[in-house]
Each structure stands twice: as structure tokens, then as C-alpha cells.
Design a protein around this ligand. Sequence first.
Ligand SMILES: C[S@@+](CC[C@H](N)C(=O)[O-])C[C@H]1O[C@@H](n2cnc3c(N)ncnc32)[C@H](O)[C@@H]1O
Length: 259
Amino acid sequence: MPATPSSNPTTPAAFSAVAPYYDHLMSGVPYRFWIAYVERLWKKHSLAPKSVLDLACGTGTVTRMLAQRGYVTAGVDLSGPMIAIARERATEENFSIPFYEQDAADMDLGVSRFDAVISLFDSLNNILEDDRLQSAFRRMHDHLNPGGSFIFDVNTEFALEQGMFNQSCSRKDEPLHYRWRSRYNSETRICTVSMTFSYDSGTGERETFKETHIQKGYAKDEITRWLKEAGFATVTVYDGYSTDPPRKRSDRLFYVAVK
Ligand SMILES: C[S@@+](CC[C@H](N)C(=O)[O-])C[C@H]1O[C@@H](n2cnc3c(N)ncnc32)[C@H](O)[C@@H]1O
């Protein structure tokens, strides 16, 4: 899901209006499978992290699941409303997890260092400027222990071109309706998604809100180069949720960068 644009794409306005509905929207997302896949990648690369930073953690579902599995976790997200929900949920479920409202590109968690950073669900496509993405890679490298890993997934340019964000739901039994329409500019590699939501809290009256979200498509070679420039010793790229190499028509790629 892409971030809300603004004149400065890194303002904390991203994911504000949609935040209270985010977990409902994601109720079909196979987070457990995603975590199992990340653990498989760690194992494949002979990594056994004990502490994990969940970058662009949203409402913290993955952060809490990792804590449940015994990892020491923390979460970072640009959106104040998403972080507020992450904190609420963690308190409700008796987790003691620090959540920070910060931009990946400027992230500074003081002396905290982690064995691993992960960032799931194409969150990094929401960084729209090359230099900001490069800066995010440097910030993650700086927050890793020696030998630490950074695993993240991105939507490919191919995926954004395919109009994957053209989605809608208007089922009668569903309180949250939405209609998303996307446009992709192959020159700028920018995908703009106009989103309309309406929610019926049970009164029969629908409350409507809109967000325009934007993602940028990045090429495999440029991401790999920037990770290496940030100091990562090795970078391996996989076709999404597999251990196969990327294909021409891969819609999601996973990067494993090791410090
Ligand atoms: C699709 S959500 C994914 C959230 C979570 N990882 C998940 O899997 O549910 C994308 C998240 O990226 C966050 N985000 C976007 N740009 C960011 C940035 N520059 N720094 C940190 N977080 C960012 C948004 O606020 C949003 O919570």
C-alpha cells in the first residue's frame, strides 16, 4: 500500500486518515507466512538474529508477532497515527515494544543496534526520491550490529505498470468500502493511486474519505548498487516469497543485504 503524497513526500501526514481502518483492510494479509519466509531467508543466509527492527511497521502486527516468537523487537514508522495504533495494540496485548515515529531516511535511534532490520509490504516504494532511499539504506546499515541483515520487499516497476492497485470492495456485509484507481508514468516510474473509502459504523450513514497515494518503482540494479554504497557487504535478490532468482515478470522482489 503506497504512502500519501504531499509537497514533501516525507511529511508525517502519510497513512493518517486510513490508519484506524488499516488492520481491518489487512485482515486477509498472510503475515504469519511472511514471517516464516523471512525466517527461511535468515536461515538460508546462516543468520540467527535475536533483535529485529521492524521498519515502516505500520500498526505493528509483524512487530508483535516477532516479539511473540521470542525476538527483541522495536518498530519505526513515519506515520504518527499508525504508530499510535501500534503502541495501543502492544499495550492491550501486554508487549513492551518501543515504537518510534521517524522517517527511515533520517532514522536515529541513538545507541540502539539490531541483529536484523526488516521492512515488509513494499513500504520502501513509498520513498519517492533516490537520495532519500539511499539515505534510508545508510541509516539501516548504521543501526545494524556487525554481520547484521536488512531484508525488505519492493514492488517492481513491472508490478506498478500492471495496475495492481486497481481494486475495489463494496460488499453489503462489509462496513469498509473502497475504490482505488492507479496511474503509472513509465518515465518518472511514479505510480499514483487515487483511493476513496467509505465506512458505515452501524448507523447506516457512510463516512467517506479520500487519500492519494504514491509509490516509485526502483530497478534491481540501482537498489543493489545503493545498498553496496551504503556499506552492505553482500546483496542477494529473490523473486517474492521464494528462493528463486528474480524473473523478468517478478512483481515483488525481496532483498537480503548483509553488513
Ligand atoms: C503498506 S504499509 C506497511 C505497514 C507494515 N509493514 C505492514 O506490513 O502492515 C506502509 C508503511 O510504510 C510507512 N512509511 C512510508 N514511508 C515511510 C518512511 N519514509 N519512513 C518510515 N515509514 C514509512 C507508512 O507510514 C506505512 O505505515
